[in-house]
Design a binder for this molecule. Structure first.
Ligand code: NAD
Length: 416
């Protein structure tokens, strides 16, 4: 995905709701771009310079909100895209946050734990001026986790001298995090899938087949919740490949074998309901082309492109990964009548849970686990219904409708 794709979608939505060109530019462009170079002492005693970014895209609706990723390919363009998606996501789901994103260009696998800790603290120092509970609230993203969040918070609090658990979300429960956070994106996705099965497919979960690409945090929790709701998960794959069974896999058996160290593609004979059913091994890309009702890309971006769009057979695609469908591919899918539930709506369960964590930290509003699950499910259902309503009224796609809602909400806050 390129930033110009988001820019185009923002412009189209802005024009549709009658915003002036300046107002659209104000929403499309990041408010602040921070690029830092900072030094870290390595275990061999030498000092190494690392490059980091924090993009504060928009804070009209509340503090900037978005993860920090550590990856060797982190770059300004990517962080800019992800920051804009966060502004849109928090607006669609209607929580009082804006959008931001950060990253460090580093391969964390090549660092020792102590080096990773020093790098996190050095990055926290270099952006501490612009971070804060009510300014900008980072969270984990690719290759960052609750331990890294704890180090970041520790350094920030050392600098400010204040106890501010809400400066970062995605913390471990013992450090002020909340239990539902880990599963929240998958849980939110499952609520969306249930709602569209009812309203768009007009069928029951038991008669609805699903294929999932990606079996990490999002894919795993999503599969768990979909199985619980009665959906037939007929194919699952991760980067190493996967399995398919048209009558539905036994997800729990599959998971048990994966946990015992097997690859998904090695779980075939154990993963079907009953011994007589056939199970096939599928590749990481092939899983996208299965004949199912709902296809869920939950791995990485740019998985459905003009190269494979013509081969997609699902009726609906639910984007759990960020931007898994390219703009060009979307045109082909649209001609085939395939409906796409956009990422800024489908995967916003994670940031919704982050909001609950932050609210508990800064306002002391605590929700028990079951109440948090109910809150999250209801908010996701409300959001998909709102998007469907606007899509119908404006005769646009669900993605365009989600952008219209987001831009409308951001522009309202900007004009206050
Ligand atoms: P993860 O690292 O836990 O899991 C990624 C999964 O994708 C793994 O199973 C991996 O094997 C698989 N994968 C990687 N490359 C692949 C390929 N080429 N083909 C097939 N499978 C491949 O990541 P995650 O946290 O589950 O996030 C998945 C996606 O969801 C990402 O795009 C992420 O940005 C997005 N997302 C995550 C969250 C969250 O809360 N974790 C929130 C919003 C969006």
């Amino acid at each position: 995905m390129s930033y110009s794709e988001i820019d185009d979608l923002i412009k189209t939505a802005g024009k549709k709701i009658g915003l002036a060109r300046d107002e659209i530019t104000q929403i499309a462009e990041p408010q602040r771009i921070i690029a830092v170079n900072f030094s870290v002492k390595m275990d061999n005693g030498k000092t190494k310079i690392f490059k980091g970014y924090r993009i504060q895209h928009n804070n009209a609706r509340g503090p900037y909100k978005g993860g920090i990723r550590y990856h060797s390919e982190v770059n300004l363009e990517e962080v800019k895209i992800l920051a804009a998606l966060m502004s849109l996501k928090t607006a669609v789901i209607n929580i009082p946050f804006g959008g931001g994103k950060g990253g460090v260009e580093v391969d964390p696998q090549k660092l020792s734990t102590n080096e990773l800790k020093r790098l996190t603290k050095a990055f926290a120092r270099s952006i501490s001026d612009v971070i804060g509970e009510y300014k900008d609230v980072p969270a984990p993203d690719v290759n960052t986790n609750p331990t890294i969040m704890k180090w970041f918070r520790g350094e920030f609090e050392k600098i400010t001298g204040l106890n501010t658990p809400g400066v970062i979300t995605g913390k471990a429960v013992r450090d002020g995090g909340i239990k539902v956070r880990d599963e929240a994106t998958g849980l939110g996705g499952a609520a969306v899938v249930r709602e569209i099965t009812k309203t768009l497919l007009k069928q029951k979960p038991e008669n609805t087949t699903v294929a999932i690409q990606g079996f990490g945090n999002v894919g795993n929790h999503l599969a768990h919740h979909l199985e619980h709701l009665g959906f037939k998960i007929s194919a699952i794959a991760d980067v190493t490949g996967g399995v398919e069974h048209e009558d539905g896999l036994d997800y729990h058996k599959t998971l048990k074998h994966i946990k015992s160290g097997k690859k998904i593609s090695e779980t075939c004979e154990c993963s079907v309901h009953g011994p007589s059913k056939d199970c096939c091994i599928v590749g990481a890309q092939e899983v996208l082309e299965r004949k199912v009702d709902i296809l869920i890309p939950a791995a990485i971006g740019d998985q459905i492109t003009p190269a494979n769009a013509g081969k997609i057979k699902a009726k609906i695609i639910v984007e759990m990964a960020n931007h898994p469908v390219s703009a060009e591919a979307e045109k082909t899918l649209g001609k085939k009548g395939i409906i796409i539930v956009p990422d800024i709506l489908a995967n916003s369960g994670g940031v919704l849970a982050s909001y609950l964590e932050w609210r508990e930290n800064v306002e002391g509003k605590k929700l028990e686990y079951n109440d948090a699950v109910e809150y999250l499910t209801k908010r996701m259902e409300k959001a998909i219904r709102e998007v469907q309503k606007v899509a119908k009224r404006e005769k646009v796609t669900l993605r365009e409708a989600a952008y219209i809602i987001a831009i409308m909400r951001i522009s309202k806050s900007l004009s206050k």
